[in-house]
Design a binder for this molecule. Structure first.
Ligand code: MG
Length: 401
């Protein structure tokens, strides 16, 4: 069974009940997902109200958001910010700090939908807290499932919590799944832009600089995700995410390069029909869909203009030039502690690359080695995952080619 992705959609039925105003908390509201989410809230102010907001350090921006959206609860992840903040810049909102503060916002009884937009493994604890509190969650933080997929799946079976994907590919799959029965799905096909180095050879990739890698053609994203997109590690993490989110066998997941980023992913059914979700690339659409699901509303996302010619290409990925992709399939297959280790190793490797301390092609190399050397546990606890995460970070920090 998929992760309490409501059975109704999977079986093709539809819900007619009106949806009342949603009170949401946004974890990571000053980041790329957070600000896109607030754009959507602005447009849907009748249906969606902000209850809580969290940021890491950007308290001035958070203060503006708090005022504009009338948030009741604020958390700053970085304890150090408490010294800098001016008295009263959050009005009458309840302000708290650190991981505990974020969890406080994520679990507040008045919140019925949590947008998990904190990038990296740092986003896991807040999402976990929301899950345990039985919240509905719009999941943009892919690390939650990459790191702790098996545990999250178990937790979802035990509580009233539900997960709706915000990652554009998984939102596309979620939408396409509504066209047929879950048991009739043959496979899902994740599309990938291919990043700025699509078509490059391994020897060309060895020369890639951080500046060059940060110039991504399609999506406006933070530096970490931009590098992940360039190495195709982003797609690897999405393969793992899809495995857990939709309870798929690894053999049921495919990746295809689609440079136009119009088809956000596809589902193939047993009769050979392929359902694709298309729209101009804009994160606000999957965010809005998660917020209004199962309804659809006119929104602010751009629409396809078929008065203009479009060419859509689908190209098999070059797995030799982009070995990160195979790591994704390996980790999706093995599960257990592998996701936590791959994710942690990659986070450190990316930051070392950005500091000029690792070559671009070393990113998947170090990840593979750290993965091979780790103490694999097929059924880890959450604490064990955090231990493995810390171990993998240390290993990757000191790795020399
Ligand atoms: Mg994505």
């Amino acid at each position: 069974m998929p992760l309490r992705i409501p059975v109704e959609i999977v079986d093709g039925a539809c819900w007619d009940q009106p949806v009342s105003t949603k009170h949401i908390a946004i974890l990571g509201s000053t980041g790329s997902i957070g600000t896109s989410c607030l754009d959507v809230v602005r447009a849907l102010s009748e249906r969606v109200q902000v209850h809580g907001l969290t940021a890491h350090t950007r308290w001035k921006e958070l203060s503006q958001q708090c005022q504009e959206f009338g948030a009741h609860q604020i958390a700053l992840g970085d304890m150090g910010t408490s010294v800098a903040i001016h008295n009263g810049c959050f009005g009458t909102a309840d302000v708290s700090y650190g991981q505990e503060g974020i969890e406080r916002v994520a679990t507040h009884p008045d919140v019925d939908f949590v947008v998990s937009g904190i990038v990296g493994a740092a986003g896991l604890r807040g999402t976990w807290a929301a899950l345990q509190a039985g919240k509905s969650i719009g999941l943009a933080n892919k690390e939650t499932l990459v790191v702790a997929g098996s545990i999250i799946a178990e937790q979802l079976r035990k509580t009233d919590a539900s997960l709706i994907p915000i990652d554009s590919e998984h939102s596309a799959i979620f939408q396409a799944l509504q066209c047929g029965r879950r048991s009739d799905v043959r496979r899902v096909i994740l599309t990938a832009s291919g990043g700025p180095f699509r078509g490059w050879s391994r020897s060309q990739l060895a020369e890639v600089t951080p500046e060059r890698a940060l110039a991504h053609p399609t999506w406006d994203m933070g530096p970490k995700i931009t590098i992940d997109s360039a190495t195709m590690m982003n797609k690897a993490l999405e393969v793992i995410e899809a495995r857990w989110l939709f309870d798929l066998d690894v053999e049921q997941i495919d990746v295809v390069i689609h440079p136009q980023s119009i088809v956000h992913s596809m589902v193939e059914f047993v009769d050979g029909s392929v359902m694709a979700q298309m729209s101009p690339p804009d994160m606000r659409l999957p965010i809005q869909y998660a917020l209004t699901y199962p309804e659809r509303h006119p929104g602010i996302s751009p629409r396809m203009d078929f008065a203009q010619p479009h060419t859509l290409e689908f190209i098999p990925p070059d797995r030799e030039a982009f070995p990160a992709l195979d790591l994704g399939f390996e980790v999706a297959q093995r599960g257990g502690t592998c996701g936590a280790v791959l994710n942690a190793a990659n986070e450190v490797a990316v930051s070392r690359f950005l500091n000029g301390d690792l070559r671009f092609v070393d990113i998947p190399r170090v990840c593979q080695e750290v993965l091979n050397n780790h103490d694999y546990d097929p059924h880890p606890s959450l604490d064990e995952l955090f231990r493995q995460d810390a171990w993998a970070r240390q290993e990757t920090k000191t790795w020399r080619s």
